[in-house]
Design a protein around this ligand. Structure first.
Ligand code: ATP
Ligand code: MG
Length: 510
């Protein structure tokens, strides 16, 4: 066998396979470059799910002609000072992104450096590098990537639909938007839709505002601030209340020194922190930032730079678990305030006996009455219920009075206490029931709707004032696509701008 050195074009295509697996990776690399260049505003355009065109424009430092010519070469970077791979303070450091993109697309860079009389442009077409030419651009850098993967049909085949690729692009931009609240961003797609994230002030309030813009007001309104430091590691951000749980872990956003990452250790720590207060199949929402000395973390472990290795992983884990648990403990009464009362009240009302009238009754019923079903659980403070010899250590009987017959016979009995702001402990005639109150509440409403549909069919009730629900634009679009099906079940919705739906009618449960 003859061993040969691979030509540069092939080397770049191999590297591209690792770094640029789909259009969203191009958007990530280019946007990170713009952030590294100190941009305060970044505008992104993605056409055809990023296959046809990706354009990222920034108002950052720009590049002088010589740097422009060099930056598309392999392993050319301005970011690694000296040769310390453990002293990385920028998002990029490998000098691989641009040559990789240039190997699998038509890449055009237009850039203006303050020290140059005018802008310069350079094109790399499927690995073939052109000459630097004078161009027009007032400030910063604009990068166009056209016909991505057209020269590598095998890679094209692995791409998903335009819509799925566009969603992946939006996800990447959202992550970077969360990590840099002070930078204004916009993302435009084919359909003429543009999402903008205005620049926010530096600090906690700015971060929360950006979180609201990216993830919706729901998260921002149900999040607990976290900010702790130990041994030079700082953890800050916002963790969702346990009641804000989701079906997937997609609402967990993690950043290490400003870099979006997906790290098993950190995800596991978050899961552990919520383990006691969340059902196993549910996932918390969180936007968390870890900041530490670059020497304490190795970011050079994954081609797409999405994984990291902590030198002291136990410290990081402990910090996350401890901080989130503390926040949950402090927030427990908040968690229990709204839905809790409603659910507990529902326990006590034999099904179907809820009295109500007037057009808005079903909605009011959800929130139930002002009845305080119990005064806060056990009468005495926490204590071990049993001593070592299994004798009761103290009288831990619930303080509430005897359970009325009619309530004790209900399948879920009478609510007696609430634990961790999430679980209801209920007493039945001869047993006890532990229920996740949110699951229980959903179930109660669902059963009532089912029964009513079977008995009386769908009764729809128009709302006098539509309720506007803010959602992620992709979620809103998905929901609106099924508006007819939902209307058949009594829920009437219509679009209300890109990231919201207006609810005009709901099911009426008499
Ligand atoms: N938008 C931009 N504004 C100014 N300079 C840029 C911009 N994009 C790239 N550069 C310059 O081009 C160089 C090469 O970019 P490239 O993304 O290929 O590598 P990198 O960012 O250094 O490392 P990595 O491969 O990890 O991203 C950068 O180091 C930077 O000096
Ligand atoms: Mg880069």
């Amino acid at each position: 066998m003859i061993v040969r050195q691979l030509p540069e074009g092939i080397v770049n295509r191999i590297a591209a396979g690792e770094v640029i697996e789909r259009p969203a990776a191009v958007v990530k690399e280019l946007t990170e470059n713009a952030l590294d260049a100190g941009a305060s505003r970044i505008d992104i355009v993605a056409g055809g799910g990023g296959r046809r065109l990706i354009r990222v424009s920034d108002d950052g430092s720009g590049m002088a002609r010589d740097d422009l010519v060099l930056c598309v070469e392999r392993h050319a970077t301005s970011k690694l000072r000296g040769d310390d791979l453990l002293d990385i303070r920028t998002l990029g450091f490998r000098g691989e992104a641009l040559p990789s993109i240039g190997a699998v697309a038509r890449l055009t860079l237009t850039t203006r450096h303050a020290g140059e009389p005018h802008a310069w442009a350079l094109t790399v077409d499927a690995g073939a590098k052109g000459e630097a030419m004078p161009a027009a651009l007032a400030k910063g850098t604009r990068i166009d990537v056209e016909d991505l993967f057209s020269a590598t049909p095998a890679r094209l085949k692995f791409l998903k639909s335009d819509r799925a690729e566009a969603a992946a692009i939006a996800d990447v931009v959202k992550r970077l938007a969360l990590s840099h609240p002070t930078v204004a961003l916009s993302l435009a797609d084919d359909d003429g839709g543009t999402r903008t994230w205005p620049a926010q002030p530096f600090g906690e309030a700015g971060l929360l505002a950006r979180i609201g813009d990216v993830l919706g007001r729901d998260f921002a309104a149900n999040a607990m601030a976290v900010d702790v430091s130990r041994h030079g590691v700082r953890l800050y951000g916002f963790a969702g209340l346990p009641t804000l749980n989701k079906a997937t872990a997609a609402s967990q956003f993690l950043f290490v020194n400003g870099r979006p990452i997906r790290d098993r250790l950190v995800l596991g720590a978050i899961r552990g922190a919520y383990a006691d207060v969340m059902p196993r199949d549910r996932h918390p929402a969180a936007v968390l930032f870890i900041e530490l000395d670059p020497h304490e973390v190795d970011v050079n472990v994954h081609p797409a730079k999405t994984e990291v290795r902590f030198r002291d992983s136990a410290l990081v884990r402990g910090l996350i678990v401890g901080a989130i648990r503390d926040a949950i403990a402090r927030a427990a009464p908040t968690t229990a305030s709204t839905l809790g009362t409603a659910t507990v009240t529902a326990f006590r009302q034999p099904a179907g006996r809820t009295p109500h009238g007037g057009p808005q009754a079903p909605l009011r019923d959800w929130r139930a009455s002002a009845v305080r079903p119990f005064a806060g659980g056990f009468a005495e403070g926490a204590q071990p219920a049993f001593t070592m010899d299994m004798a009761p250590a103290a009288d831990a009987r619930a303080a509430a009075g005897p359970v009325p017959e009619v309530v004790a016979d209900l399948p879920l009995g009478a609510a007696r206490a609430q634990l961790h702001g999430t679980y209801i402990l209920a007493q039945t005639r001869d047993g006890l029931v532990i229920v996740d109150q949110h699951a229980a509440h959903e179930r109660l409403v669902y059963e009532r709707m089912k029964r009513h549909m079977a008995e009386a069919g769908i009764a729809r009730q128009a709302l006098l004032i539509p309720v506007v629900v803010e959602l992620d634009p992709a979620d809103a679009a998905r929901l609106l696509a099924r508006a007819d099906d939902l209307a058949a079940f009594g829920l009437v919705i219509e679009g209300f701008g890109p990231g919201a739906v207006a609810v005009r009618g709901v099911v009426r449960i008499a």
